[in-house]
Every structure is written in C-alpha cells, then in structure tokens.
Design a protein around this ligand. Structure first.
Ligand code: F6P
Length: 488
C-alpha cells in the first residue's frame, strides 16, 4: 500500500463495496457486506483516494436504492469515491445472469452443469465490459493509474482499458477456478476472452494449479510467448505476469474476539433457537445456494453416516445455512428444490417431527450470526465440488479461539492446499465423507486442539492483507521497472 502511495487506484467490480438500502420510512441505511475484498482493498483506496466502479445494485429498480452516480465512501468519511454504472434489465440479464453465470461460472467450475452460451448474452457481456472500461478511462486522472479488476464478470475489460491507457498497471484477480484447456476450449469465444485477460499487467488466481491451467490454455489457443521460469506470457507485445495470490479473511482483532459470547453460550443459544435436543452433536454448513458447493453430496454423507452408525441417530443434528443466490436462474431454482427434497427425505427416515436431523436455514445470515454458529458447532463441513478458494473454512477456524471443533474440507477447494490439518475428503465419494464426519464427531479433544491450533496459525499469518499486499507489491515492482526502462 505504501509503495503505491500517491498513485491513482481504480477498482472495478460487479458488486458495490457497500449496500445501500432504502427503509420503509424512506431513510437510507448503508451496510458493509461481509466481504474480504472490501476489507482488503479499502485501506488501499483510503491511502490512494481512488475510485471504485461498480454496477449500481437494484439497477432494474432504481427507486429501491439511492440514485447517485457518484457516492463518497466510506459513509461519513469521504476518503474515496464510488462510481455507479446503471444497467438495463436486458444488460443485467445478458451480462450477469447469462454469460457470466450461465456461461463462465459452470465453464470454470466444472461441476457437471453444462455451460450455456448464447450469442445475445455474449453481446451484452462485451458491451457491459466496454461500458465499464470507458468509465475507467473517464474517471482516470492520470495516464498510468493502477486498475484492480475483480473477477469473471470483466474478462474483456483489461485489453479494452489497455488500448486507451497503455501505461496503466492493470491487476486482474480471477476469484473462481480456471479449468484445463480441453474444458475451457468449448467456449465459442475462448480467443476473445484470453486476449481480453492478457491486457492485464498481472493476472492473479488463488492457486498455482489454476495459473498452470491458464498458461496451458493460452499455449493451446493463442500464439503467445510463454516464459515458464518467470510465469510470464507475452502476447501482442505486452507482458502479463500470471501469479497465485491465495485470498483469505481478515483475522479478528483481539477487541472483536473479546466481544464474542463463549462457545458454550453460542451453543445454548443455538439449541434454544432451533429446539435441538440436549446432548446432540452438531455439524454445520454455510454456503450460498449454489450447485458448486456440494450441499447435496454433504446431505448424502449425513444420511450415510446415520445408516452406517445407528449410534448417531437421535444424537446428531446438521444445520445448513444456505443464502439465496442467483434465484432468477432455473438451474439455481432446481438445485434448491433438490436440496429441499433431500432434506425432507433424511428427516423422514431418521428424524422425529419435533427433532429433524437436518435444519435447512434458507436465509441470509449476517457475519455475527455466522460466527456464533461456528462457535457453537462440533464440526464444520465444506464440501465444494470445485471452489477457487472458499472462505467459510477460514472463517470457521478464525472463530474457534477455543481450539476446538473439526473441519471437514473438500480436496477440490483451493483452501485444501493450505489447510491439510483438516479432514480432507472427496465430496463425490459419499462413503469417504460419511467416514470423515464420523471421525470428526469422535475425535479426541487433544487431536482437535492440535489440528485447530495449526490451522489457526496458517490463516492468521496468511490473511487478506497479505493477499492484497503481495499483489500490490508486485504491481509496484513492475511499475518501477517500467519507469526505469522508460528512462533508458
Ligand atoms: O466466488 C466468486 C464470487 O463472485 C464471489 O466473489 C462472490 O462472493 C460470490 O461469487 C457471489 O456471487 P454474486 O455476486 O453473483 O452473488
């Protein structure tokens, strides 16, 4: 951050950094979302007084939010500026729901849901990327701003900005996985997407594995020069550094942790709220309602546990928080129905009317509620079928300052590479996941402590500030190199 002090920073993301909500009485409430991205990037914005460009939330219903195009942030402090772009319903449908979430999302996650590629979605995606790229150029006060591009919504934007601001330092972070060249190759616009991304100075993924997949994809479909030793791709005379920056969470401050109720208190509250019979062991899952998260596989493992180990019947409750997500898409609605049917089936087989085994809480829960749930649980299950990183597992570990609780973690989440002390499973293998759940529920306290202490020290050290810090340090280094070579 200090290395970039004085430089201009522009962030581009689909979501706004703050949520502006109009109350029934007409007043406006501004909430900060529980997002690692805002936590990590905001200190940089404050230091550099930059601009954050985002899609105005509630674009289709602008009366629901405040309508200003430029908003000073953070609320009441005015240290940087939010620039909102308003999209029409058709644009939002084509760019966000269509190409980004029915095309790129399943394409990159390879969770066995077919990507859908529609010509008109692609058109909207391209136009919206151009709209945002134009806004970057319009907002830029210098010829060489640092542009931080977030995620798969903006694959084309880096090259669009590069054409207008050739001296900009463009850092693109791809928050989801990158598949192998064969999988990616089915995209009708694979060339345009790769060329768009290669407008970046630095292209970041969560893991080395995703970097390798990206480099191999470029090697397969473009005539580019690849320098494996330096992880650099040269295309159209421009260099792109492809590097891994594993994202993380903000480690709770001692003041915040002191405010938390004890795990015992969290447990009592949870048992009362959900009417869980005394003496039950509790496992939790916390996700968006998304088919990549492996919620169905997790429920199948719970069912298998109860088949194999009758001793857990009447002694075990599974709490699944599932925040509604992308509900306008048929695939997401159908997925939710599948989860509801599986929940009903398991409860029918193994629960009692007054004590269902599976509690499906299909609502948004705020950060505080989720932290209490983590502290109350014996086990946390993260069984994504594929995930760039996954922050639930890191939040669970951060919540357990008592060094108790067991994490069951999918080997297909990026986080598994950093967290081998978890019980790492293949979520497609129901038997293995059920066995891991049994192992977690019977793990002696000393072993829990040993594993948890080690996980906590990793997440504490590799926190979200390090994620942003490493990327920005690389950017500062490349800017310096450019300045030196300009002088030669
Ligand atoms: O994992 C990718 C991601 O874009 C996250 O950054 C974000 O939290 C999540 O998906 C939610 O997606 P959406 O913005 O579509 O609700």
């Amino acid at each position: 951050r200090t290395q970039l002090r004085g430089d201009e920073v522009i962030v581009v993301s689909n979501r706004e950094p703050y949520i502006h909500e109009k109350q029934q009485d007409g007043s406006l409430v501004v909430r900060r979302p529980a997002s690692g991205l805002v936590t990590a990037v905001e200190p940089v914005m404050r230091a550099c007084s930059g601009t954050w460009i985002a899609h105005g939330s509630g674009s289709g219903d602008r009366a629901a939010v405040d309508r200003h195009d430029h908003v000073p942030l953070p609320p009441g402090e005015d240290e940087y500026q939010l620039r909102r772009l308003w999209l029409t319903e058709e644009q939002e449908q084509g760019y966000y729901y269509g190409f980004a979430n029915e095309g790129l999302w399943p394409l990159c996650h390879v969770a066995h849901v077919r990507p859908v590629f529609r010509e008109q979605d692609w058109e909207h995606y391209r136009n919206v990327n151009q709209l945002f790229a134009d806004a970057v150029v319009a907002e830029a006060r210098s010829e060489d701003p640092v542009v931080l591009v977030q995620d798969y919504h903006f694959a084309l934007l880096p090259a669009m900005v590069r054409r207008k601001l050739p001296r900009a330092t463009i850092l693109t972070f791809w928050h989801i996985p990158w598949p192998n060249p064969e999988s990616f190759g089915i995209c009708p616009w694979r060339r345009e997407i790769l060329e768009g991304m290669l407008g970046s100075t630095i292209l970041g993924f969560h893991t080395r594995y995703h970097c390798k997949n990206f480099i191999e994809t470029v090697d397969r479909y473009l005539e580019a020069r690849i320098e494996h030793e330096h992880s650099t791709i040269t295309y159209g005379g421009e260099d792109t550094l492809v590097e891994s920056y594993p994202i993380s969470i903000e480690w709770p401050s001692p003041e915040e942790a002191r405010e938390w109720p004890s795990p015992g208190q969290c447990r009592t509250e949870l048992f009362e709220r959900l009417n869980i019979p005394a003496g039950h062991r509790v496992a939790v899952g916390v996700d968006r309602f998304d088919y990549t998260k492996g919620i169905l596989e997790r429920l199948n493992a719970v069912e298998r546990l109860l088949e194999k180990h009758p001793e857990w019947r009447d002694r075990f409750t599974f709490v699944q928080v599932a925040a509604p997500s992308r509900g306008a898409l048929e695939e997401y609605r159908a997925f939710r129905e599948r989860i509801e049917r599986a929940t009903a089936r398991i409860n029918e087989r193994f629960g009692r009317p007054d004590a269902p085994v599976v509690r499906l809480l299909a609502q948004h829960h705020d950060h505080d509620q989720v932290m209490r749930l983590y502290r109350a649980a014996d086990v946390c299950m993260v069984t994504s079928l594929h995930d760039g990183m996954n922050l639930v597992c890191k939040e669970f570990v951060a919540a357990r300052d008592d060094e108790r609780g067991v994490l069951v973690l999918s080997r297909f989440a990026g986080a598994a590479r950093e967290m081998p002390e978890a019980l790492v499973v293949n979520p497609y293998h129901v038997e293995e996941t059920a066995d891991a759940l049994h192992q977690a529920l019977t793990m002696p306290p000393a072993e829990q402590r040993e594993r948890m202490a080690s996980l906590r020290s990793t997440v504490h050290e590799y926190n979200v500030y390090r994620w942003a810090g490493r990327m920005l340090a690389d950017a500062a280094r490349l800017r310096l190199r450019q300045r030196v070579s300009d002088r030669v």
